[in-house]
Design a protein around this ligand. Structure first.
Ligand code: BDR
Ligand code: CA
Length: 309
């Protein structure tokens, strides 16, 4: 059996790919998908998680979580992911319903019942922060929290802040302070894991309807990255967390102390990283710094290949 994970996400095109990779890998046991408001409203991210698990034939329940950030006003990323949060393909309405159990209670139940559960968070950290606050007695049982979020050198919503952290900085602050092994995939890393036209072409060449739908979604994502940021090739941010759990050897990392800025006028939501260890504070993160893009795309294609006819 593979590594037990709960995938807490806000699909979202790159979250969708992360769900598929986690659901199809033999090295991962996907206990459940929990959803949070982020790229779109909770109703949409939950619906999108159901659509994707059904499309890829992944037999897993979807548990809806927080509809709003803890303190700040809600923001969404419709400029990147479209109004539904997952535009660009002709998607079938899901037949499955979301679970009646909510994300935070599901996390607590899984962590109580199982040893060694890893939480992978690829959206705003609202659910994880609520879990930590509501179940402080369980947090020490978590094996690792692997987060896509933050930026060391740059942001993507403001010059200083990355979307997942900026969408709920107060939640991120709670999670960053937890005494649990934590790994971070920041923008500096995820921008190395970009997908290009010819990679998407290879997905199409498998010749299945499911993979054509996935290719349509990736093309939409590449189009919006070109429009919004002017870059060719869209960073597959969230799937890097899953790749790290499957093949850590494709990464390099450093241990750093990181704090979330909660007050700054132009730096609200920034992940302030002590690269030179000037604070002398104990590092609270393993920060992924480099990824072998060739190996990452190879893994992506290997897992996607499981969906060919
Ligand atoms: C993060 O923000 C979202 O738009 C993506 O899904 C990813 O989790 C990148 O900043
Ligand atoms: Ca996401």
């Amino acid at each position: 059996m593979g590594r037990k994970i709960i995938l807490d996400c806000d699909p979202g095109h790159d979250d969708a790919i992360a769900i598929i990779m986690a659901g199809l890998s033999d090295d991962i046991e996907l206990l459940g998908v929990t959803t949070v408001a982020g790229n779109s409203y909770l109703e949409n991210t939950t619906r999108n998680a159901l659509i994707i698990t059904e499309l890829a034939g992944i037999d897993v329940e979807v548990y809806p979580g927080a509809a709003k950030p803890l303190v700040r006003d809600q923001i969404v990323a419709h400029d990147i992911h479209g109004y539904s949060g997952l535009e660009g393909a002709d998607l079938k309405e899901p037949t499955k319903k979301p679970s009646k159990e909510d994300a935070v209670h599901f996390m607590a139940k899984m962590i109580k019942e199982n040893e060694n559960v890893t939480i992978v968070a690829t959206g705003p950290l609202t659910n994880v922060a609520l879990f930590a606050k509501m179940y402080p007695q369980l947090i020490g049982k978590v094996r690792e929290i692997v987060i896509m979020g933050g930026g060391i050198a740059f942001g993507n919503v403001t010059p200083a802040a990355e979307f997942n952290i900026y969408a709920d900085p107060e939640a991120a602050d709670i999670v960053f302070k937890l005494d649990v092994p934590k790994t971070l995939a920041p923008l500096d890393l995820t921008h190395q894991a970009y997908i290009q036209k010819d990679d998407v072409e290879k997905i199409r060449q498998f010749g299945s309807d499911i993979l054509n739908t996935i290719a349509d979604l990736l093309e939409f994502f590449m189009k919006t990255y070109k429009e919004v940021f002017g870059i060719d090739g869209a960073p597959l941010h969230d799937p890097t967390t899953i790749a790290y759990l499957i093949e850590p050897d494709m990464f390099e990392w450093e241990d750093y102390y990181i704090e979330v800025e909660l007050k700054g006028k132009s730096t609200y939501g920034a992940t302030v990283t002590d690269i030179w260890k000037v604070t002398k504070k104990k590092p609270n993160f393993r920060v992924l710094t480099k990824i072998d893009r060739g190996e990452f795309i190879k893994l992506l294609l290997k897992l996607m290949g499981k969906l060919k006819k």
